[in-house]
Write a protein that binds this ligand. Structure first.
Ligand SMILES: [Fe+2]
Length: 140
């Protein structure tokens, strides 16, 4: 796998940090799972499909726990954009569940799905999550 381009793995760096340890740790967990998916969709065969599906389900569950955690902290911090941020999370979960269903029916490409997860995660962290960072920082 090349080190740049659509199929490259995510390498965590401090630019992704929201300066809040509990959230950074969960983001790192999501990065690791996304990398597992990128790796997994390069394998082929029924066993590889099973592993991919299992990893994907785990990632969706973990993402939901993570969103719940983020929303709890944003609420505690009195973050004014909580509602629109929650909508972004909900739209993401809907889209992923829809794609998982399509994948199960053989109508979605695992690579496209893994790349979508990667791009969404990095954009969401860099843009939307960074916006709440100053509010969470004040809670420390
Ligand atoms: Fe978020």
């Amino acid at each position: 796998m090349s080190e740049s381009g659509r199929d490259s793995f995510i390498v965590w760096n401090d630019d992704y940090s929201v300066q809040f340890r509990a959230i950074d740790e969960q983001h790192q967990g999501l990065v690791a799972m996304t990398n597992d998916l990128l790796r997994g969709c390069r394998q082929s065969g029924a066993a590889a499909d099973d592993i991919f599906m299992k990893t994907l389900r785990g990632a969706v569950e973990y993402a939901q726990v993570h969103f719940y955690t983020e929303e709890k902290y944003m609420k505690q911090a009195g973050y004014p954009e909580l509602e629109s941020h929650k909508k972004e999370h909900a739209a993401f979960v809907d889209k992923v569940l829809e794609t998982v269903k399509a994948f199960e029916e053989g109508e979605a490409d695992p690579f496209d799905l893994a790349v979508f997860l990667k791009e969404w995660l990095l954009t969401h962290i860099a843009v939307s999550d960074k916006k709440y960072a100053p509010y969470l920082a004040r809670m420390k």
